[in-house]
Design a protein around this ligand. Structure first.
Ligand code: ADP
Ligand code: MG
Length: 273
């Protein structure tokens, strides 16, 4: 058995203490195919407001697809996703919302997303990357947006790099800028899709540190897909294990990670050591 399975689990770990009882995300029987290939196959998941959820699972299990559906970036074929009671990505009649409408919903619902490959604009510098969405989407004046953006760069420890282009920064710094950019919109729900998997190992820590801080923000709900099991165990209060496009195991993070019940979860975690 991996060493962590021998660790004692206290009663306090058995319940999620941070989250309220209010269901923020309710996903029912979610189906999604790419062409003829089914990817999500009847996935059910509920996330409470304030919960920090670690999304684990092998490559190809559907983690990115799920996060993209929640964010309205991808359309789905069947089932439903509601966030704060609003149906996301699909109308009740089964026809998809227009992209513009999805974007409006996303903003209304205050969802932020952090991508594996940062997705920064390459031709503008760090502070512009953070300030632009504030000007374009949120209608802040230019001076206010830059002031706001500078404060956010400070928060991720990059106030000295505000003038740097993405290409002049390390991957860890770029991801920290991307996080600052997402925070600028004051999301209530933050989706992070393998935020450290494109980073050299020595740069992972600085990004995890920022995410660890964010997890403390009152009321912020987070879903993080990650292969950093130790990090997930420390930071998440709920853990969801995805395999083959469905949730095969879920529960308090320390329990799922240390005492997985499903053989597929057990095998995956034993390979992660
Ligand atoms: P994960 O993030 O868990 O690695 P993904 O959600 O990226 O999994 O992918 C799930 C499956 O969907 C994989 O088999 C992948 O090849 C397929 N897939 C993902 N995106 C696309 C796409 N845009 N077109 C076709 N197939 C895709
Ligand atoms: Mg992925």
């Amino acid at each position: 058995l991996p060493a962590r399975q021998k660790e004692k689990i206290s009663d306090a770990d058995m319940v999620s203490t941070e989250a309220s009882d209010e269901i923020l995300i309710d996903i029912k029987d979610l189906h999604k195919s790419y062409g003829k290939t089914p990817v999500l196959k009847g996935l059910n998941l509920r996330v409470k407001k304030g919960q920090i959820v670690a999304l684990l699972g092998p490559s190809g299990s559907g983690k990115s697809t799920l996060l993209r559906c929640i964010n309205g970036l991808d359309q789905y074929d069947g089932g439903s996703i509601t966030i704060g009671g609003d149906l996301i990505g699909k109308t009740l009649a089964g026809t998809f919302l227009l992209e513009k409408e999805a974007a409006r919903q996303r903003i209304k619902n205050k969802i932020g997303m952090v991508f594996q490959n940062f997705n920064l604009f390459q031709h503008i510098n760090a502070i512009e990357n953070v300030a632009m969405p504030l000007i374009w989407t949120y209608g802040e004046t230019t001076p206010a947006a830059y002031q706001h953006a500078f404060g956010l760069l400070k928060r991720v420890g990059l106030e000295n790099r505000y003038g740097a282009l993405p290409g002049q920064m390390s991957g860890g710094q770029q991801q920290r800028v991307a996080i600052a950019r997402t925070l600028a919109t004051r999301p209530q729900l933050l989706l992070l899709d393998e935020p450290t998997s494109a980073l050299d190992p020595e740069l992972v820590g600085e990004v995890l540190e920022i995410i660890r801080d964010l997890a403390q923000v009152d009321g912020l709900t987070m879903i993080i897909s990650t292969h950093q099991i130790r990090f997930a165990e420390q930071v998440a209060d709920y853990c969801v294990f995805l395999d083959g496009g469905v949730v095969v195991e879920e529960g308090a993070a320390k329990v799922v990670i240390n005492q997985p019940q499903n053989p597929r979860t057990q095998r995956f975690l034993s390979l992660m050591e």
